[in-house]
Design a protein around this ligand. Structure first.
Ligand code: EPU
Length: 335
């Protein structure tokens, strides 16, 4: 069924007002193939998951697809477990189910909003783990001719919050399912930030994934606003990478600068830069940077795309002026 002039304000977690010319929620591969076959080749096409990593900058022309394929298959293969999930499965359901079975792999990615199908698009990551570390393969259909395609993880061109689907071949495929490769035994990864502080003394091999999942959930709930309560799209900027020379120059003036070594120099904590530039908890009109995590732009109510643009621009300008660093927006602007 196709809904015309559909309201998208509840389909994006920043709660921005926007409409879709035509909206469909296919719940099977056949339904999706039918939609693609019935679409004019030059009609714009947008694919959304839970809309948790989007900035809707206006109405979406053409066809918007929200895949609703929700099948999950669990397979045990020796010490490993494989999970295949339809694109419409809520991501955190997989973390809860597999953690409950004692399977390792998704605990650090607990409570990330969004769907399984959106996870490869931006290579979701948290607490030292990225989707790329646990992904086996992605199933998709080619938009051009509806043909099924499978990508092994190594073919997805994953990078920090980036992939082939988001960058080089954007718009060419609709992801229909993902397969994860998890471990039934073995250590959990707790060497990152808040987790190291919590589990620093424990032997990672003796940790249960459910305990790590509980800790990640607590850490996230303490810092990150729940989009259902305070609309937001998670981190609004990427953590920027600067050269070693640039890092050293900054560090001289700002000894408390938070940074991590990176293959191209140093990765800076954007949240720290924004806080230092005076934006933590500060509002501009109906939007603001969150009081507990300055990297998260929040909608205090009634915001429009122009409000988001104005705040993002002001934050970027201040960070550029103070640190000579260009912040790159993380959520995807549409249309
Ligand atoms: N910091 C501040 N002030 C702030 C926020 C952070 O000084 O207002 C400092 C913290 O003290 C810490 C450092 O910045 O030393 C890093 O902060 P945090 O651990 O909160 O992580 P992040 O780098 O800000 C990234 C991801 C998050 C992910 C966390 C945990 C990006 C863009 N964001 O945030 O992902 O949950 O690490 O791994 O990489 C998302 O992508 O939407 C997202 C929430």
């Amino acid at each position: 069924m196709i809904e015309r002039d559909a309201d998208l304000s509840g389909a994006n977690t920043l709660a921005l007002p926007a409409r879709a010319e035509r909206l469909a929620r296919p719940d099977s591969g056949e339904a999706l193939a039918g939609l693609l076959a019935g679409r004019r080749g030059d009609e714009p096409l947008y694919v959304l998951g839970q809309g948790s990593n989007l900035v809707l900058d206006g109405d979406l022309p053409g066809l918007t697809v929200i895949p609703a394929l929700d099948r999950i298959d669990y397979r045990v293969e020796g010490d490993q477990a494989r999970v295949t999930a339809g694109a419409g499965v809520v991501w955190d359901r997989l973390g809860a189910d597999t953690g409950g079975r004692g399977w390792r792999g998704l605990e650090n990615l607990s409570l990330i909003p969004g769907t399984a199908g959106a996870a490869p698009f931006q290579n979701i990551g948290a607490y030292g783990v990225e989707l790329a570390d646990v992904l086996d393969s992605v199933e998709a259909v080619a938009v051009a001719d509806g043909r099924p395609v499978r990508f092994l993880a190594a073919e997805c061109e994953f990078d920090y919050r980036d992939s082939l689907f988001k960058s080089r071949r954007r718009g060419e495929f609709i992801i229909t399912a993902i397969t994860l490769r998890l471990h039934r035994h073995g250590p959990c990864r707790v060497d990152y930030g808040g987790l190291a502080a919590r589990f620093g003394d424990a032997d990672p091999a003796t940790l249960e994934p459910a305990a790590v999942r509980a800790a990640v959930i607590e850490l996230r709930q303490n810092k990150l606003p729940d989009p259902a309560v305070l609309p937001n799209a998670g981190s609004f900027f990427k953590n920027p990478v600067v050269s070693v020379a640039h890092y050293q120059r900054l560090k001289e003036n700002e000894p408390e600068l938070v940074a991590f070594p990176h293959r191209d120099g140093h990765k800076l904590a954007a949240g720290w830069l924004i806080e230092r530039a005076g934006w933590k908890g500060r509002r501009l009109g109906p939007v603001g940077m969150h009081r507990d995590q300055a990297l998260v732009l929040v909608n205090h109510g009634g915001a429009r795309a122009a409000d988001v643009r104005a705040l993002a621009g002001a934050v970027r300008a201040d960070v550029r002026e103070r640190f000579d660093v260009d912040l790159e927006q993380e959520p995807i602007p549409l249309p």
